[in-house]
Design a protein around this ligand. Sequence first.
Ligand code: FES
Ligand code: FES
Length: 212
Amino acid sequence: MKVVDDPLKVSRRSILGGSAAICALPQISAAAAAPRPPEDKMNAIPVKLKVNGKDVRLTLDSRTSLLDALREHLHLTGSKKGCDHGQCGACTVIVEGRRINSCLTLAVMHDGDEVTTIEGLGSAEKLHPMQQAFVVQDGFQCGYCTPGQICSAVAVLDEIKAGIPSHVTADLNQVSFSDAEVRERMSGNICRCAAYPNIIAAIRDVADGGKA
Ligand code: FES
Ligand code: FES
């Protein structure tokens, strides 16, 4: 009579072989679980910034985003954290004259840089013309995106003035203001309240010489 291998024996052996391989894994995880220094002692790096005209010195974990440095360390909470992933523009600030998403950049990368946030553009007593125009044109509803929209809008007008083209610029030698230019350049600033027509109107007012 033909002896047939017991399939169960085979699978038991392979299971045991697999278990032996798995037994080797804890060595890897033990190495990964080496004791970490306390959170506040990790990668602490001194950073010097000029924020809204004032020199500030901070000691930050190297992984701190510029947005967190502004909001959590300097308590400048005007810049908002909408997505923390570079998708909404609520965190837009102006660094060395250029607008950036502060959630997408590390504070330590800006050592020595000049940073302007919404708090530095104007004050309740003396609004920046762009802030004034947003009020006059009703360029917001809930206001969550507004600090980022205003910082972006201020920088957009500077970009146009400096002749920096966008994807919709027809003649690269003649960069000028148009609603299409503004829509394209402001496309990284999302407004969930959809105040877009009023935002464009506000920016147009300022471009027209500060009608607001
Ligand atoms: Fe930075 Fe959304 S919070 S882009
Ligand atoms: Fe509400 Fe823009 S005003 S998200």
